[in-house]
Ligand binder design. Structure first.
Ligand code: B3K
Ligand code: ZN
Length: 880
């Protein structure tokens, strides 16, 4: 493994390779610890390559065996082979064929990059730089080649042999070995290569494309798990249809395969024609998967499938352009979910995710532009900024151009760049060219990091019937960017009149307005709305039309009015959130001063109105009742933060609200009871969610009978959603029967790794100083394994990111624990280690005592010798 060698790579240094690779033939002789890989590369020097320029191929931890050039063995002085590179010193000045044989150890590959084994199944993960752990290559996304892959192994151990494209040949070798040859006609970069071999079961189905081609669909899993794949298959077919209808994109091979494995560093991977998934995003049945799991599976299946066009057919020129495929594909999967489910509910959920993960990243030492300009370890840039803020930029484009303009730009993008490795500039040019709109200013969103704050204030002039809105924007300094330029910020808006309807506006001065979107482009703008009959209340940033922090200078009454009347459901939800946030920040300050936080009866009443409004969908009502999270409050306070005070203030608010609205919650709980068989559809999921929220508020209030009610909810649950909701209510509210419920759960789901992950997570999140000891004990439980990323995320990841009280223990023990785990894990799986370490990303915002404790731990990690590039990159940015 590479250790601390990571050089800084710069976008400005990009230049194409001297050689092209036209075709690749790979031959795998599978063996648990000595798999032989014979790679035959057809190379061509570019026209402007100086004759004899050395060819330097990337490698990582490879064992070199032999090489030939145009069929003849290479002389010893003609090349240099090390574990991390292969150099052909004087390549021919014409097309040539290079064959290289390497040996790799899939069983010993604990980093889960390259070729590794998961429960005995051979599989690969190549993005971003894993292919070089299989064979020497120009392992970068702008080298597109046609791949033919032959896999050979013992039929009894690996009856299933899969790779990208279509199968073209298969047969027997000797008595007990067999092989399959796959050919992928679409040129692709090495990061999209995949191979799988194992004793797997599968389910199959077919899909007929819009143009009438029949596609064979298969989902491969470990034997015995086939019955849990049907939701994934259903999601796949709906995704395929949606991409045809919404974006005119058809699938392009005869077969589309998904393989689920249980050891995987991420959610899933979009390898051409052969997606490989973390089994968490495939396997579902009502007794082991929650509504959230079902929704997650649907959206990850869609995301990976949509990559077939945005990522595979059009890929990235270099890794700086990662957001070209990720931001765009996240936007596409968000739109899919909005169309399949509820648009307002999906938007609120996405904004919550953005604010919970991206905003803190943008406000701390790891902040980086959506398109970074330097990196040491690209694996550390698969971030909320690249993915989620990247999707927001695409959404802003769609907002500015309207549905037709956006679609025209996308059509041109597919037409112009199909089969190419493109850049963000190429992408934006398609929208500009297709619609005749100047969009150069959008580039700034890709280049500038940090979350802009937009401040608004209004002035009503009754004599002249006009309303003046002053908007200003300011982006705080971020690492490497002390000066900021004003951004183009699309603000969807309405002026809400006294009767709650949007008012007619005669004329607007001071900003470019198109429909209901105004574009803020300057540091400060004064916008005048003429011809209004009464003082309006502005509803700004409807649908969260830009990823900014909006600070309104109007009062609480206006927010209460918008909560009751705004026709934009997002802003009604947002009004509730900001009212609650004002209260929660004040209450946190009170707790720190040793005072009792005050209840807020007006807000309770307003929320009660939402909770009981039968015209609103239950899923929306459930979201409206959820308070800003602890991490939202953390971010809002921003400096000298005491996470324990936040947690106490939030708990007190929930207890007060639960008590004040107990009859409402009780009647919601009773009326939403449902004894029909479980269906994962969004409507029934919404009802379950609202019922669970009601139960949880009753529990927060500490009412006598509630523990019995929660216990009964747990015992009588007929699906995982209800069971886990009850377990959470018991555990998070400190009810004594939680322990019995945990024990009963462990008996029920023993041996089911994904169900046991939920058990680990729930315990890791109990808000108590004692949880750290519990987590330590759980690391010895048979349900945990430090070798499996899902188990690590379930227990340790949940503790570090989902337990403000436990992780931020005042004595620093939570930080010490996490740093120790990171150091232990770093030599085995650096990607997962680095990701865990990023839980410290907001450490500079902590109050002085905890800040010092966090610094001590970060410095302890930094001082460790032999750190991976992944971890050393994170820790050094964190401390700089
Ligand atoms: N493209 C992959 C992510 C690969 C992450 C490598 N560290 C999954 C996705 O975004 O669809
Ligand atoms: Zn993706």
């Amino acid at each position: 493994m590479k250790t601390q060698t990571g050089q800084t790579i710069r976008l400005e240094d990009y230049h194409p390779t001297d050689y092209l690779i036209d075709t690749v033939h790979l031959d795998f002789q599978l063996d648990p610890s000595r798999t032989r890989v014979l790679a035959t590369l057809a190379l061509t020097p570019r026209q402007d390559t100086i004759a004899g320029t050395p060819l330097v191929l990337d490698g990582d931890a490879l064992t070199f065996v032999a090489a030939t050039l145009d069929g003849a063995p290479l002389a010893d002085d003609a090349f240099v082979a090390t574990p991390d590179s292969f150099t052909l010193k004087r390549p021919p000045a014409k097309p040539f064929e290079l064959t290289i044989e390497t040996v790799v150890d899939p069983t010993g590959n604990s980093a889960l990059m390259g070729l590794f084994r998961s429960n005995g199944t051979y599989c690969t993960q190549c993005e971003p730089e894993g292919f070089r752990r299989i064979t020497y290559f120009l392992d970068r996304p702008d080298v597109l080649a046609v791949y033919t892959t032959r896999l050979e192994g013992p039929r009894a151990e690996v009856p299933v042999l899969l790779s990208n494209g279509n199968p073209i040949e298969s047969g027997t070798v000797g008595g007990d070995r067999h092989f399959v040859v796959w050919h992928d006609p679409y040129p692709k970069p090495s990061y999209l290569f995949a191979a799988v071999a194992g004793d797997l079961a599968h389910i199959s189905d077919t899909f007929v494309t819009a143009s009438g081609r029949k596609v064979d669909l298969r989902i491969y899993v470990e034997k015995g798990k086939e019955d849990r794949c049907h939701w994934a298959m259903d999601s796949l077919k709906r995704s395929m249809r949606w991409d045809e209808v919404r974006f005119g994109r058809e699938y392009d091979l005869d077969i589309f395969m998904i393989v689920a494995v249980s050891d995987f560093n991420m959610g899933a991977m979009e390898n051409k024609g052969l997606n490989i998934f973390n089994d968490k995003y495939i396997l579902a049945d009502p007794s082991t998967a929650t509504d959230t799991d079902y929704a997650g599976i649907e959206s990850v299946i869609a995301h990976e499938y949509f990559h077939n066009w945005t990522g595979d057919r059009i890929t990235c020129r270099d890794w700086f352009q990662l957001c070209l495929k990720e931001g765009l594909t996240v936007y596409r999967d968000q739109e899919f979910t909005s169309d399949e489910r509820s648009r307002p509910v999906k938007r609120i959920a996405d904004v919550r995710t953005l604010k919970a993960h991206q905003f803190p990243e943008d406000a701390g030492p790891l902040a980086h532009p959506v398109r970074p300009e330097t990196y040491r370890e690209i694996n550390n840039f698969y971030t909320a900024t690249v993915y989620e803020k990247g999707a927001e930029i695409v959404r802003m484009l769609a907002t500015r151009l309207g549905e037709d303009g956006f679609r025209a730009g996308m059509d041109l993008y597919f037409e112009r760049h199909d089969g190419e490795a493109a850049t963000i500039e190429d992408f934006l040019a398609c929208f500009a060219d297709a619609t005749g709109t100047a969009l150069d200013d959008m580039m700034l969103w890709y280049r500038q990091s940090g979350t802009p704050t937009v401040t608004s204030s209004g002035h009503w002039d009754p004599e002249n019937h006009r309303f003046t809105l002053t908007l200003s924007q300011q982006t705080p300094p971020t690492p490497g960017q002390s000066e900021k330029t004003p951004l183009p910020i699309p603000i969807r808006f309405g002026l809400v009149g006294p009767n709650g309807d949007d008012m007619e506006i005669e004329r607007v001065e001071g900003a470019e307005v198109s429909g209901d979107v105004l574009l803020l482009t300057e540091a400060e703008q004064t916008i005048v709305f003429h011809g209004l009959g009464a003082r309006p209340i502005p509803s700004l940033l409807r649908g969260f039309s830009a990823p900014v922090r909006l600070v309104r200078q109007d009062g609480r009454d206006d927010q209460l009015f918008l909560l009751a009347h705004d026709r934009d459901p997002f802003n009604r939800w947002n009004a509730a959130q900001s009212l609650a946030m004002d209260h929660l920040t004040a209450a946190t300050a009170a707790v720190r001063d040793g005072k009792q936080p005050q209840a807020d009866p007006d807000l309770f009443r307003a929320l009660q109105t939402v909770a009981t409004n039968e015209r609103l969908e239950p899923a929306y009502r459930a979201l409206a009742l959820q308070l800003p999270s602890e991490s939202d409050i953390f971010r809002e306070i921003g400096t000298d933060v005491d996470p324990a005070a936040i947690s106490a203030a939030r708990r007190a608010f929930r207890a007060d609200m639960g008590a004040a609205l107990a009859p409402t919650f009780r009647s919601l709980y009773d009326s939403l009871a449902d004894d029909t068989p479980y269906q994962p559809d969004p409507v029934s999921a919404g009802r379950r969610a609202l019922r669970a929220v009601a139960l949880d508020y009753l529990a927060a209030a500490g009412l006598d009978s509630v523990e019995e009610l929660a216990k009964h909810h747990f015992d009588s649950a007929r699906n995982m959603t209800d069971r886990l909701a009850a377990l959470s209510t018991l555990a998070m509210n400190g009810m004594p029967s939680a322990e019995d419920a945990f024990d009963a759960y462990a008996v029920m789901f023993k041996g089911d790794a994904l169900a046991m992950d939920k058990w680990l997570t729930m315990q890791a999140m109990i808000p108590s100083d004692d949880t750290l000891d519990r987590v330590r004990r759980l690391m010895d439980h048979s349900a945990f394994s430090i070798a499996n990323p899902n188990r690590i995320r379930a227990l340790i990841g949940a503790f570090a990111t989902g337990n403000a009280v436990g992780f931020h223990r005042a004595d620093g023990a939570g930080y010490h624990f996490l740093a120790s785990i990171v150091m232990e894990l770093d030599s085995k799986n650096p990607q997962v280690a680095a990701r865990l370490l990023a839980s410290f990303r907001s450490w500079r915002s902590l109050e002085p005592g905890r800040r010092a404790a966090a610094r001590t731990e970060l410095e302890r990690v930094a001082a460790r010798s032999g750190l991976s590039t992944d971890t050393s990159d994170i820790v050094s940015r964190m401390l700089s």
